[in-house]
Design a binder for this molecule. Structure first.
Ligand SMILES: [Zn+2]
Length: 567
């Protein structure tokens, strides 16, 4: 070694020793991030409130007062002064359709079209700027906002869309309207039969009106070109940015396509996956996942698989939720079991296969008999394979039979619910199913009283992705039409604390990740959201106006309102 280098080395070694006592006194690594002067709601009962926290790498290492956490400060620590604002664990949406939601961000918007004419006008405008032959999709129309609230038919839009196939969906995702070009491409005529679990809506002469319900939408889906990899990648990036802007740090993607999972994996490798994803493909692929042998929640902190999404029935608004008694306003219609339930033994066999492989089950069930039938099938799993930590889920769990709350709890089934649907469906639910059944609709309080665990989500793109709007819905139950300012079935309201817990720990539990995230606790992933107002002290009706200031995922700032102009 050269003599001068030798000296430099010696000096370096001496310096190190000189610094050692201080480092040892601290006896820990310096934090990468400290958030101080915050009003922290931890969702951790051992310390519900705190002022500051420290993060090393992607984990929280300390939570406490400003003084407690200041020990972790080092020369390179980034310090965020929260200026007294409320800091919550990051929101975890237990039920989203992340890619169709992302696609919807730039698609035609029909949900707030106040009349059928406005609905048609917007489709016509979109057709003018859409290349010939290209599909016009999305929309989320809602005919209940029109008067009269008639289902739209193809005649409304045919004249405006001669060169483009159109298939615009109803906001609940259980119905769509096709124009004549789309019907022709799909080969749907008066002779086309209704598939099991679906309806081709027809006029008095038996001709298709263009409206297709549930399984009948598959006729059209078959002829819509699938997204290219690049299109899907662009959509997911758009969705990730949007999710960060509304404070969402985890998303459980229901009915994820394999191609979606491939896009997540690619973004993960590039360190661009800024929302943690748990992807649940359709249960029709149970054999694939069973063959992989991975079991539930397999993967890493940013991407997991191992759940399957199944469908028991349809939706309330489309008249396809499966009830014991008929809808009040639709003859003797009492809804439909989904095509996956024809016959019911098909679903039972798939469940048994999934359970043997250790996969988690998430089943959409909305009508009381739909929910009850799924509880029967879940009970069969316990009979067949014994007790286990399965975290079986019912998605939506919307209209409960009185007899089923106890059973729900005994089977440890998680109610994965979407409070925004309550303030939306609350506008018309009683006219469809009457007061008694409506009293057990979105019965969040009843679930908690019976010891059922709740997980919160939105069902985006069916409802807005905004978690604060969802919290507002659970806390106020004020229907969108303004007719129930004190709450629709107010006895089912939750407190802000209960709503936040369901959206954080509840959703984390529902994906087997309650030890990793869901609260601001040392050792957990540093997923947090800083918001503009203290939702615990403002009037509940103001919660929907609260904005997200900063979103952190694994200690990384993924959204900052100060330098972002995102919606
Ligand atoms: Zn859904």
């Amino acid at each position: 070694m050269h003599r001068r280098n030798c000296l430099v080395w010696l000096l370096a070694v001496v310096c190190c020793f000189a610094l050692l006592p201080r480092t040892q006194a601290q006896s820990k690594a310096a934090a990468d991030l400290i958030i101080s002067n915050a009003n922290i709601w931890t969702v951790d009962p051992s310390m519900p409130r705190a002022e500051a926290l420290a993060v090393v790498g992607d984990r929280i290492v300390a939570v406490g007062s400003n003084g407690d956490v200041d020990d972790w400060r080092g020369p390179r620590t980034r310090v965020v002064d929260a200026q007294g604002k409320l800091l919550l664990p990051g929101f975890n949406d237990a039920h989203v359709h992340f890619v169709s939601g992302g696609r919807q961000l730039d698609a035609i918007q029909l949900n707030d079209a106040a009349t059928a004419q406005e609905f048609a006008r917007r489709i016509g405008e979109r057709a003018k700027v859409t290349p010939k032959g290209e599909w016009i999709l999305g929309g989320n129309w809602d005919e209940t906002k029109w008067s009269p609230a008639n289902m739209p038919t193809k005649e409304l839009i045919d004249g405006l869309t001669p060169d483009n196939p159109v298939f615009v969906s109803r906001y609940d995702g259980h119905m769509g309207l096709a124009n004549s070009v789309a019907l022709r491409l799909a080969g749907i005529t008066a002779k086309t039969p209704d598939p099991p679990g679906g309806t081709v809506v027809r006029d008095a002469q038996g001709n298709p009106t263009g409206a297709l319900k549930d399984a009948a939408t598959a006729y059209i889906d078959r002829v819509i070109p699938t997204l290219s990899h690049d299109q899907r990648l662009a959509i997911v990036k758009r969705a990730l940015a949007y999710a960060a802007s509304v404070g969402l740090t985890s998303a459980q993607h229901m009915v994820a396509a394999y191609e979606d999972i491939a896009v997540y994996a690619e973004l993960l490798q590039r360190s661009e996956l800024t929302t943690r994803i748990y992807a649940a493909p359709s249960i029709i692929y149970v054999d694939d996942l069973a063959k992989l042998g991975v079991g539930h929640a397999f993967g890493g902190p940013y991407l997991r698989i191992g759940a399957l999404k199944a469908f028991a029935d349809g939706s309330l608004g489309s008249g396809t939720a499966y009830f014991y008694e008929p809808f009040l306003n639709q003859g003797n219609n009492r809804g439909l079991l989904s095509d996956e339930m024809h016959p019911i033994s098909l679903m039972r066999d798939r469940y048994l296969k999934a359970d043997t492989a250790g996969l988690q089950l998430c089943t959409h069930a909305i009508g009381d008999e739909g929910i009850s039938t799924i509880l029967d099938l879940y009970a069969d799993l316990v009979t067949a394979h014994g007790e286990a930590d399965r975290r079986l889920r019912i998605e939506h769990a919307q209209h409960m039979a009185a007899k089923d709350f106890d059973r729900f709890a005994q089977l440890h089934v998680i109610a994965s619910v979407q409070p925004y649907h309550a303030i939306d469906d609350g506008r018309f639910a009683e006219s469809h199913i009457g007061h008694d059944r409506a009293s057990r609709t979105y019965a969040f309080r009843s679930f908690l009283d019976h010891g059922v665990r709740l997980a919160f989500g939105t069902d985006w793109e069916v409802a807005p992705l905004d978690p604060l709007l969802t919290v507002y819905a659970a806390v106020t139950r004020a229907t969108l039409d303004g007719k129930n300012p004190n709450g629709w079935f107010p006895e089912q309201k939750l407190s802000v604390a209960e709503a936040i817990e369901a959206y954080t720990m509840g959703s984390a539990y529902a994906e087997f990740q309650d030890k990793e995230k869901g609260s601001i606790t040392p050792g957990k992933l540093a997923d947090m959201v800083l918001v503009s107002d203290d939702i615990f002290s403002i009037p509940p009706e103001k919660i929907r106006e609260v904005r997200v200031l900063k979103t952190f995922v694994g200690g990384r700032l993924v959204f900052d309102s100060a330098n972002a102009k995102q919606r």
